[in-house]
Each structure stands twice: as structure tokens, then as C-alpha cells.
Design a binder for this molecule. Structure first.
Ligand code: GEK
Length: 242
């Protein structure tokens, strides 16, 4: 697996982070070393999907990157006619996802990769919708409409798995959690320079919200039940049931 050293040297000009070929080539290393609990969330996505899947329905992985969550679902759901739709708007990420799917086991035939903005996708007949660390990259003013669109396209009893980096309204708590996240990155081999340059490039691109904002939006979209099933430092995952 290629190691992420994108921000290891001082960059003269820091441009906004984007999911280009350089990122696609090192993505598994980057996300595992940057997102605490990522591997657990991907594994639990499979376990939860298997239980809530409804035969004849569709599963969606929105912002699929290299398809880790889609693959976790496809390996866990025991239905030969399952349909998993994995969407990402980065052609470079999807190209790499396609190569990985070709190399993986026979369950990957259930996954259809779509290169598009998730804001353009018409969700229909869904029992499982997964957004693992994607909503944070969507412009805040478009998040409510996306959530409503997802809710409308889901079957009763279907689930949304929503994983996000959080921010905190309390200043001291916010600073503490950011520090702890940086300790995590340092422990995973990132230098202070790498941490600081990456943070600057993400500033206008990854816009975290508070847990309360997420819960409020889910309620507004129509979800009747939700559970925060995971948290590690400032990263959470919620399960919302229609
Ligand atoms: C995983 N879920 O490995 N439309 C489609 N895709 C988008 C959009 C958009 N508007 N905005 C961003 N993306 C994955 C990890 S990564 C999280 C998700 C991270 C895509 C973007 O191209 C990238 O692949 C993904 O969302 C976010 O379980 O890197 O922190």
C-alpha cells in the first residue's frame, strides 16, 4: 500500500485539498492514519447493513472513494441479487475503486460505480444509505436538501449510516478535541509540518458541524429514530432509521 507523504515537504503554495490522482494513490493509508476508528466504522457498516437490508431494495454508498464501505456491504449482505450503488464525483478515485473491485472477491459484481455529484443522484427504493465522511465536504447550505432527498428515497425501516468529523460549540472542548486528533496523527507518523499543511488545505473544504446540528437536520429530514453508535475523539457515526 502506497504511503501518504503528500504534505511531507514544505509546499510553496497551499491549494485547497481535492481528491485527485495523488490522493487516490495513497488514500487507504491517508484515511486510516487520519480518521480515528475508520476501519471499525467500515467493518460495522457491513454488519449493520446485513441486518437492516430488505430483499429487493437498493444500497447506496455516497462519497464512496475507493469503495471500502460498498465492499464491506457487498461482503456482508447475503443476497445474490443485492444492488449496491457507489457514487463519487472524483474520476481519479473511481478509477482506482474500479481496479480494486476487479481484484477483490466475487461479491464485488453487486457494486455499480457512478461518477457524479451525490447532489444529482436520485435515491430510490433504498434500505441502506451510507455516507461515511462525505457530508462534511458538501456545502453546508446544500446539506438539508440532500438529507431530505435521501429520506424520500428510503424504504420504511431502512437506515442511514452517517459518519462525520465533529466540531464543538464550546471553545475549550473544540481546542481539546483538535489537539487530541493531532496527537492521533502524530502517533501515526505524521510530522507537525504535514499536520499543519493538511489542516490549512482542508479549511475551506471540510466543514465540520456539531452533533446537535447533525441530529437536528436528521429530524428535519423526517428520521424518526437515531442512535450515535460510535465516537472516537472528534469523529462520530450515527444510525438513523426511517
Ligand atoms: C470510505 N466513504 O472510504 N459528490 C460525490 N462525491 C463527493 C462529493 C460530492 N459532492 N464531495 C466529496 N465527495 C469513504 C470515504 S472521503 C472522506 C469518503 C475523507 C467524495 C470525495 O471525492 C471523496 O472520495 C469522498 O467524498 C470523501 O468509506 O477523505 O475524509
Amino acid at each position: 500500500m502506497a504511503l501518504d507523504s503528500i504534505y511531507a515537504d514544505t509546499l510553496e503554495k497551499l491549494v485547497d485539498f481535492n481528491f485527485d490522482e495523488k490522493v487516490a494513490n495513497v488514500f487507504p493509508d491517508m484515511i486510516n492514519r487520519s480518521v480515528p476508528g475508520y476501519a471499525s466504522i467500515v467493518a460495522m457498516t457491513g454488519i449493520l447493513s446485513a441486518e437492516f437490508y430488505q430483499p429487493g431494495s437498493r444500497c447506496y454508498d455516497l462519497g464512496c472513494s475507493l469503495g471500502a464501505s460498498a465492499l464491506s456491504m457487498s461482503q456482508s449482505i447475503e443476497d445474490d441479487s443485492k444492488q449496491i450503488i457507489a457514487v463519487d464525483n472524483s474520476p481519479e478515485m473511481l478509477k482506482k475503486a474500479q481496479q480494486l473491485l476487479e481484484k477483490s472477491d466475487n461479491q464485488s459484481h453487486a457494486i455499480e460505480l457512478i461518477c457524479d455529484d451525490i447532489l444529482n443522484i436520485n435515491i430510490t427504493n433504498a434500505s441502506i444509505v451510507v455516507m461515511n465522511f462525505t457530508l462534511q465536504f458538501i456545502a453546508p447550505e446544500k446539506r438539508s436538501i440532500l438529507l431530505k432527498n435521501i429520506y424520500q428515497g428510503m424504504k420504511k425501516g431502512g437506515i442511514l449510516i452517517l459518519s462525520e468529523k465533529l466540531s464543538f460549540a464550546d471553545k475549550a472542548q473544540q481546542e481539546l478535541l483538535i489537539d487530541i486528533h493531532h496527537f492521533f496523527k502524530k502517533a501515526n507518523g505524521y510530522s507537525q509540518l504535514e499536520i499543519s499543511q493538511k489542516r490549512q488545505t482542508l479549511e475551506n473544504v471540510l466543514i465540520p458541524e456539531t452533533l446537535e446540528q447533525h441530529k437536528e437536520r436528521l429530524v428535519q429530514a423526517g428520521f424518526r429514530q437515531m442512535e450515535q453508535w460510535f465516537q472516537c475523539f472528534n469523529f462520530v457515526s450515527l444510525l438513523a432509521i426511517k
